[in-house]
Every structure is written in C-alpha cells, then in structure tokens.
Design a binder for this molecule. Structure first.
Ligand code: FAD
Ligand code: UDP
Length: 388
C-alpha cells in the first residue's frame, strides 16, 4: 500500500493548488509527479544568462475578477501592480504604425485621423453603446457600409494574419470564443484586460509555486513522467500497486491512454529569446505583429516584471505551429472545434471509468483556460474532495 493519500500529476497551477489544498486543508499526504525539472508548469520563470527574469514558456500576466482566486494566491505572493498594454505594429507607408490592441477608440484615431474617427465613433456608439466590447465577427455582420468598411480594416490589420500565424486558420474558421478574447473595445481604456485584480507576482511565479508546494505532507518528484509510475488498466496502479486515493491528472488526456484513438490536436510554440545591451527594446510589454513577420508577438520581460537591470534586456518572439507529439515539443493550445471536442469526449469517457481519477487543467480538460480559471477550478475540486 502506498503511504500517500493523493496523487497529483503535474506541478502547474492545477496540480500545485490542488496539492496545496489537499495537504493544508485536508491533512492528506500528497505525491506530486512532474515531468519537467521544475515546478510552475507554463507559468515557470527564471533568470537567464544575462540576469533577466524571463518566462520560459511565454508571457504570463495574472488577471482575474474572482476575488477568491486573488485572495488565495495572495497568501503565497505579494503583487507588483501591472496593467498590461499591447500594441499592434504594422507597416505604414515607408515606416510603421502602432496602436492599441484590443482595437479601441485611440486605435481608431491613429488609423483614420481625428475627423473620420470622430464620425465612426459616433456611429459605433449609437450602434453598440459606449464602453462596449464587440467581437470582430459581430462587427463584420453590421450592414452599415461605413461600419462594415471599418470591420474589414480591423479584420485585415489586426486579426486575419495574426490568427493565420497562430492557428493556421482564418478567424471565422476557429472557435469564435478565441477571437472574442480580443474584441473591438469602444473605449479609451488601453489595457489588455479590464479585470479588477491584475499584476505580476512580486518575486516571480516560481517562488510563489515553491511556497504553495512547501508543506511537510507534499512530496514533489521532478523529472518523473507519470507514465513511469501510474497505469490505468482494470484498476489504477501506482508503482504496480492498486491506488484508491484521488488521482488529479493535469497532463493531456490522450497521452494518459496511449493516444489509442489518435492524438488530440494542439498548437505548440517555438520561443526565440534575444538579449540586447540596452535598457529597453520596445515601447510596451507586448507588441503584436498583426500584418507581417513570421512570429506573432514580441514580449519584453522587464516591462512586465518591473525588474531594474540597467543596460540589458531580453525579449521573446513566439512562432506557432502544429504540435506533433515529437520529443521536446509542448502542447500549449487546444485546437477547439466540434471534431476535436468529440475526440476529447472519447478520452474523457475512458477517464470516467476510473472514479478516483480527476482530469483537471488546461491540458486535461482540453480548454482555453487562463491561470485564474485554473486556480478557481482547482479550489473547487479541493472543496469537492474535502466535502465542501
Ligand atoms: P500547465 O501549466 O501546462 O501544467 C501542467 C504540468 O503537468 C506541466 O508542468 C507538465 O510538465 C506536467 N505534466 C504533463 N504531463 C505529465 C506527465 N505525464 N507526467 C508528469 N508531469 C506531466 N494565462 C493567464 O492567465 N495570463 C497569461 O498572460 C497567459 N499567458 C499564456 C501564454 C502562453 C504562451 C500560454 C501557452 C499560456 C498562457 N496562459 C496565460 C495560460 C496558462 O499558462 C494556463 O492557464 C496555466 O498554466 C494552466 O495550468 P495547468 O496546471 O492546467 O497546466
Ligand atoms: N488575435 C489577433 N490579433 C491580435 C491579438 C489576438 O488576431 O493582435 C486573435 C488570435 O486569433 C489570438 C486570439 O485573438 O489567438 C486570442 O488572443 P490572446 O492574446 O488572448 O492569445 P494568448 O495570449 O492566449 O495567446
């Protein structure tokens, strides 16, 4: 018999929060198995060779409207107040133009000049209301010729090529909820998110995860793939012995079952880091290249983290492509559509045959979840397992 009460696969937000709750609130002995050589999942951060605090797996900005989630994480980190702003950078004549994304009333003025922008603003607000968020797909359905021309402009200059780079498909071909994350915003608020709680962990994400997992009843084994220890046959086995405690599984569900129905489609990313001998490289934390370039966006970490480090800065370019499952590739984004959801459903049905196995998280649930959603779901699962 194992001397652990619970098994957690993966030490990202889903795994770390559940493990922390089961140990602290539930007094359970928890074993966490993590395939990578560090905790934190995709939110992991570390110093690079130049001493810059970087996000190894893409830029992570915390934002939430869920006070429980914010208060919960605040027990493990202080926060740096940071309100993320993004601009689109596009070719314009012989130079380049930048304006806020989500495309808003400031973007409108930058793209069309004050006079035309003013007329369009009045029309848009009459049609949708001030401070409203309108998705690009919704805007494109507007029959008014001037609004329709604006919708075409935004589609062409903000959405279509960025989405082709990110997904290999056009905005109208992907899940509408994806482009709805970045609406047209009838406002002069240039922030990327409007949630009441936003910021960056003051010391970084990794120290926050270490605190979350620092408990005498939590054992974390790094560089340990669950496939080596866990098997699901007639029953759940851990190291060859039956395991009847809760198994919280946060990896991909197809892998858990040997991809027997075929691989679930994901997008992966290649990250290119570049370090420059200058204080700052660009004007904003993230600059989206919505019309040209092979990469989607450039993030400058010092602008996110507020790290004071004169004379040097590190940026990251993101290149998206299909995930193939080859060694060293990471699945980052579920490709959500009816066919893929149906395939996921087949794996979910297999998992349901094991009443003590709980798929949780962005990978295991095949969803486009932000960090706060995962923390909320992990807290809810802990509530359920601990009886309220
Ligand atoms: P993960 O972080 O993926 O953690 C899963 C862990 O399980 C990993 O460490 C993995 O190694 C491990 N694992 C998997 N399979 C096994 C196995 N078989 N055995 C052992 N271990 C295994 N969210 C925001 O709120 N704000 C942002 O700005 C933001 N930016 C993002 C940028 C990018 C490029 C990406 C890809 C995501 C971003 N997110 C952002 C989303 C955020 O990363 C996720 O919501 C969050 O990390 C999900 O946590 P998780 O625990 O479900 O998954
Ligand atoms: N998007 C776009 N242009 C932009 C920003 C976003 O076309 O300048 C679309 C694109 O399809 C992208 C989606 O909106 O995948 C969601 O963008 P978000 O910034 O939320 O993506 P993430 O940060 O999760 O990669």
């Amino acid at each position: 018999m194992s001397h652990y009460d619970c098994l957690v696969i993966g030490a990202g937000f889903a795994g770390a929060v559940t493990a922390g709750e089961l140990a602290r609130r539930g007094h359970r002995k928890v074993l966490v198995l993590e395939r990578r050589n560090h905790v934190g999942g995709n939110a992991y951060d570390c110093l690079d060779n130049a001493g810059v605090l970087i996000h190894q797996y893409g830029p992570h900005i915390f934002h939430t409207s869920d006070k429980r989630v914010y208060d919960y994480l605040s027990r493990y980190t202080a926060w740096r107040d940071y309100q993320h702003q993004v601009v689109a950078n596009i070719p314009h004549g012989t130079g380049r133009l930048q304006y806020p994304v989500p495309f808003n009333l400031i973007s409108l003025e930058t793209a069309f000049g004050p006079e035309r922008a003013h007329a369009l603003e009045e029309k848009l607000i009459a049609a949708y209301g001030a401070e409203r968020k309108v998705t690009i797909l919704e805007l494109r359905e507007n029959p008014d010729p001037e609004i329709s021309a604006l919708a075409d402009y935004v589609y062409e200059h903000v959405f279509v090529r960025y989405t082709m780079k990110q997904w290999g498909q056009k905005p109208e071909e992907i899940d509408p909820a994806t482009t709805a994350r970045v609406p047209v915003f009838l406002s002069r608020d240039c922030r990327y998110f409007q949630d009441p709680y936003q910021g960056m962990p003051a010391e970084g994400y990794t120290p926050m995860f270490k605190k979350l997992l620092d408990h005498p009843d939590i054992t974390v084994e790094l560089e340990t793939d669950a496939a080596r220890r866990l098997s699901l046959g007639d029953e759940v086995l851990l190291d060859g012995e039956p395991f009847s405690g809760p198994v919280i599984y946060t990896g991909t569900l197809d892998e858990l079952f040997g991809c027997r129905f075929g691989r679930l489609p994901y997008r992966t990313l290649d990250f290119r880091f570049e370090t420059y001998d200058t204080d700052f490289f660009q004007s904003h934390g993230t600059v989206n290249y919505t019309v040209d370039q092979d990469f989607t966006r450039i993030t400058e970490f010092k602008r996110l983290t507020g790290q004071v480090l004169p004379g040097v800065t590190t940026i990251m370019k993101e290149y998206s492509r299909s995930y193939t499952g080859s060694d060293g590739e990471t699945p980052y984004y579920a490709v959500i559509n009816d066919a893929n959801n149906a395939l996921y459903g087949r794996y979910a049905a297999l998992a349901e045959q094991y009443p003590n196995v709980y798929p949780l998280g962005r990978l295991a649930e095949y969803k486009y979840y932000n960090m706060d959603a995962i923390v909320g779901r992990a807290l809810a699962l802990a509530d359920q397992l601990l009886g309220g």
